[in-house]
Design a protein around this ligand. Sequence first.
Ligand code: NAD
Length: 462
Amino acid sequence: MSVNEKMVQDVVKEVMAKLQLAAGASEGKGIFADMNDAIAAAKKAQRYIHRMSMDQREQIISNIRRKTKENAEILARMGVEETGMGNVPHKILKHQLVAEKTPGTEDITTTAWSGDKGLTLIEMGPFGVIGAITPCTNPSETIICNTIGMLAGGNTVVFNPHPAAVKTSQFAVNMLNEASIEAGGPENIACTVGKPTMESSNIMMKHKDIQLIAATGGPGVVTAVLSSGRRGIGAGAGNPPALVDETADIRKAAGDIVNGCTFDNNLPCIAEKEIVAVDSVVSELMHYMVNEQDCYLASKEEQDKLTATVLTPKGLNRKCVGRDAKTLLGMIGVTVPDNIRCIVFEGEKEHPLIATELMMPILGVVRAKDFEDAVEKAVWLEHGNRHSAHIHSKNIDNITRYAKAIDTAILVKNAPSYAALGFGGEGFCTFTIASRTGEGLTSASTFTKRRRCVMSESLCIR
Ligand code: NAD
């Protein structure tokens, strides 16, 4: 196929996708006007899924993986266009990662004890219909990732997505159901509503057929879910510090931290949000960030203007979240070349651009007098979220002390934060990191119930 032919095909595909949405989201598969209807449809589909073999479930998941890769660019473009946040090339990578590295049915395993008294198994069974709340920062990535894991565990899912990412979320739900039907599965493995609201969210959280709620988002939603009286998986906010000590390869640390921080314009909850560096390495680190890593060093006056622009009395200025560094600097009247990808400065840990989870490529550097002081400052900056933290050090004792003190679900050593999602690091991918409720990086097994199956006095054949 010639390049031109491929380009035309891609454009046609994209236009068709947009027309489909413009025609009304309720036309899509799995999209309902009423939350109660969405739950009823998901319940019906779950009965079907539960009867299917693990192999049949895996066939649907394989097709979801294939379609996610095929639609990665469309989903990435839609996400950026609809939310105004993030960037297309990185969102394409995120979708490819979800498709390739989200665990499927292989994550559902059996534990067995066999002995004189017989055989006992722990089997992982489905909850049924799971209610999921998803963020606008990784909208379709979270929906696809959640669905693969929940389906592998034998569940179906009803989403109440963020209203700012409703079209992208609905496109993903539609694609998931198409994948199921094409692979011989039922419609409505994933469902949602045409207009998600707090009301539809409340209906979902209180519905008798929802056995488990998985909430991915800021502190508000996790608290709401944990107060609902249902079992909840709470994947909440973070403010990950990157600690740099005097044993680190400072040049590499500068590159890794800026790469992690600027990925998808700092939207991932795991991304480096600030640096804490010991006194002796601060100048060298700053030198590499500014001279080799395309960072812009903001003056005190520019920091004040940025603070007044990106923060409002009510919190984050949503028009600034997920924007690139050049755009943010443009908002305060500073023009920089296109290559500038991050804004850096030195400040105290209490600086509002450092203490707040901004989700913007703005990296404040906090100076610590020694390693102990650095750990104390980093722990303070993580705000007890127990979410993610990073360290650049070759001293194993230091790494261990930091890990114990900060106690986060994720701790990346000597790499960009995204290594934690299996991108340039080992391990599986997830977009729901259950920091508050302790499940950590969720996968299919997280969405199952443990059941004990006992056969007494027999079936032990040793
Ligand atoms: P958000 O909290 O504004 O919204 C997340 C979801 O929760 C949306 O669907 C929203 O409609 C809903 N919501 C918000 N308050 C609610 C309430 N009181 N009751 C019911 N539903 C409610 O977050 P966002 O801006 O979409 O995403 C960014 C935030 O999410 C950041 O804090 C980030 O750290 C966090 N996040 C965490 C993870 C994780 O895995 N731990 C992943 C992605 C994002």
